[in-house]
Write a protein that binds this ligand. Structure first.
Ligand SMILES: [Zn+2]
Length: 327
């Protein structure tokens, strides 16, 4: 089996910048600027390595958050980066026949495909891939939560020997995790693992949840919550913008708010924020019926609320990085 552990870093336009207003032929969540890969054999330590820097074509200005997170400088990309089509040609040649990609999380393959599509390059060679997180969970604690790479490394007692948020560094550490997993079995049982993950997402929600949607690309917590209380605060029945009341912070970067549609009444909104590898915020949003238990919990919380609002908390600017945590 030709297993290739893949990790990438990607750039995004700064919100509000001219680049952010560009309409691309096909949408991308980020433009790939660095790709790292490690070939692994089942049950063996990492072997061959591959890495390439890509000079961005569409979002040429390097987002300062991305730069800070990855340590990559714009000048470096200009100097050492090669055009994406050339990088892909090299990478495919290195991958060889029938690669099976292993990634930490669901995002990398999706972003890779978006970039290939944008450059009108074939995508079919990325068809076989597995999210190692799912295999890791199935073969360790059986949880359905997606863990940060760092957490998984700690669970396996793997020392960090390479830089984090560096494509090859992350790929290398992921490969070390792969070496401690039964990949063949993981692949055979992947469907089951994926199913329990999906069920986990829904099953873990309280009854009365009527809608679920994921949003990407917010610059920070404030922007994400503002969008969730504003433009994206849509009535699940008529899609009109609803009025929010007040966000209550809950553990795990979660917030809840009671929203009102003038026609369809109240709905409880629960959101969970997670920091993406490119330093933007992803929001998972759940909408509950007003009569649900979850909504009653909100009412109870609102009743005895202390004056500790989200705004006050956010002033502390304790932006803790949750590395590669998707959910
Ligand atoms: Zn409505």
């Amino acid at each position: 089996m030709n297993f290739i552990v893949l990790d990438m870093e990607w750039n995004q336009p700064w919100p509000g910048s001219p680049s952010s207003k560009k309409t691309l032929p096909t949408p991308i969540r980020g433009e790939i600027i660095q790709l790292g890969a490690v070939r692994v054999a089942d049950g063996q330590e990492a072997a061959e390595e591959f890495q390439v820097m890509v000079r961005p074509k569409f979002y040429r200005r390097l987002n300062k958050r991305v730069s800070k997170l990855t340590g990559i400088k714009e000048a470096q990309l200009k100097e050492a980066g090669i055009p994406f089509p050339e990088a892909m040609e090299r990478f495919r040649a290195w991958c060889g026949e029938d690669p099976i990609f292993l990634t930490w999380g669901f995002d990398d393959i999706m972003i890779l495909r978006e970039n290939l599509r944008l450059f009108r390059l074939p995508e079919d060679w990325t068809e076989k891939w597995f999210n190692v997180q799912m295999i890791f969970n199935a073969q360790t604690d059986g949880s359905t939560a997606q863990k940060a790479l760092k957490t998984a490394m700690e669970m396996f007692g793997i020392e960090s020997t390479r830089p984090a948020h560096d494509a090859l560094g992350d790929a290398y550490h992921t490969a070390q995790i792969c070496a401690r997993l039964d990949l063949q079995r993981g692949m055979a049982e992947y469907g089951k693992a994926l199913k329990s993950h999906e069920d986990g997402f829904h099953g873990a929600e309280l009854p009365g949840c009527i809608a679920r949607k994921v949003y990407y690309g917010y610059a920070g917590k404030e922007a994400a919550l503002a969008a969730m209380a504003g433009a994206e605060n849509r009535c699940p029945v008529c899609q009109r913008q609803m009025l929010g009341s007040r966000w209550f912070a809950q553990p795990g970067h979660r917030y809840m708010d009671l929203a009102t549609c003038p026609e369809h009444g109240k709905f409880l909104i629960r959101v969970r924020l997670s920091l993406q590898p490119d330093a933007t915020i992803r929001v998972s949003r759940l909408t509950y019926e007003a009569g649900s238990q979850a909504a009653e919990a909100y009412a109870h919380r609102a009743e005895k609320a202390q004056p500790e609002s989200v705004k006050m908390r956010s002033r502390r600017r304790s932006r803790r990085r949750t590395e590669k945590t998707v959910e």
